[in-house]
Design a protein around this ligand. Structure first.
Ligand code: TIU
Length: 220
C-alpha cells in the first residue's frame, strides 16, 4: 500500500510494510552529561531537543507496526575493535577511560546504553557499531534485506556525524532515507542545518528532509 510523506525537496512515496524507523545512537554517552559527547568538549544540552519528537515518532511507529531498529556506537571492553587512530581523538578523556557513567563508549557500560526515554522494546533489533555509519562492520544491511525494507526514517544523533554517515551509506545501498529534522540533533547548529541542506540538495541527492509531524501524519 503506497502512501506519501510530505518532505523536501518533494513528497516521498513509501509502503509501511517496507519502511523502518532507525534510531541512531540515542545513548547516554551522547545526550547526557558525563559521556563521550561531553568528553569531546561539547554541550550535550544542544542535542536533547531531539528526545521528545523521537519519542512521539517511536510511539507512532510501534502503533503502526513498522520495523524499529536502534543503533549504538561503542567498542569491546578490550578495545580490539577500536581503530588506534580513533583512540587518540577527543579532548581530555578518551574512549575506554573511566567517566561518571562508566568507561566511555564501551559496550555494557551505563553510558553506552540507550537513554530510558527511547529504550528499545522486545523485538526491536539493536545494532552495535564500531564506527559512525550504521552499515560499517554490522549486520544492518542483512537485517533490512531479510525484512524487505526499502525506506528508512532516520533519527538520532548527531546530525552530521552518525546520522549523516548512515544516510550516505544507506543511499549507496539503494535505500530511500527520510530525516525528520526535529528528530536529529547536533552540538553544532550550523552543521545540523548544512547536513540537512546537503542531504536534500540536487533533487534529494542523498535523501529527503521532513519533520516528525509529517512522518506521524504519513504513518497514521
Ligand atoms: N561527535 C559526534 O558528533 N558524534 C559522534 O561521535 N557519534 C555520533 O554521532 N553518534
Amino acid at each position: 500500500m503506497t502512501r506519501l510523506f510530505q518532505a523536501e525537496p518533494f513528497a516521498l512515496n513509501f509502503d509501511p510494510a517496507t519502511t523502518a524507523l532507525v534510531v541512531i545512537d540515542m545513548q547516554r554517552d551522547f545526550v547526557e552529561p558525563g559521556g563521550f559527547g561531553e568528553a569531546l568538549g561539547n554541550d550535550v544540552s544542544l542535542v536533547r531537543s531531539a528526545i521528545e519528537p523521537c519519542g512521539k515518532l517511536l510511539d507512532t511507529a510501534r502503533e503502526a507496526g513498522i520495523m524499529v531498529i536502534h543503533t549504538r556506537e561503542g567498542h569491546r571492553a578490550d578495545l580490539t575493535d577500536c581503530p588506534p587512530a580513533k583512540l587518540t581523538r577527543g579532548g581530555k578523556t578518551f574512549i575506554g577511560e573511566k567517566g561518571p557513567k562508566g568507561r566511555i563508549l564501551i559496550r555494557g557500560e551505563a553510558g553506552h546504553d540507550i537513554i530510558p526515554e527511547l529504550y528499545p522494546i522486545a523485538g526491536e533489533p539493536i545494532i552495535d557499531k564500531p564506527g559512525k555509519g550504521a552499515f560499517y562492520q554490522t549486520d544492518l544491511h542483512l537485517i533490512l534485506q531479510n525484512n524487505n525494507i526499502k525506506t528508512l526514517i532516520v533519527c538520532g544523533v548527531t546530525t552530521e556525524v552518525c546520522v549523516g554517515t548512515t544516510v550516505r551509506e544507506a543511499n549507496d545501498r539503494g535505500y530511500e532515507c527520510i530525516v525528520p529534522e526535529d528528530c536529529v540533533g547536533s552540538y553544532f547548529p550550523e552543521f545540523h542545518q548544512s547536513t540537512l541542506d546537503m542531504l536534500k540538495a540536487q533533487g534529494a541527492i542523498f535523501g529527503w528532509v521532513s519533520n516528525s509531524e509529517n512522518i506521524i501524519e504519513g504513518l497514521k
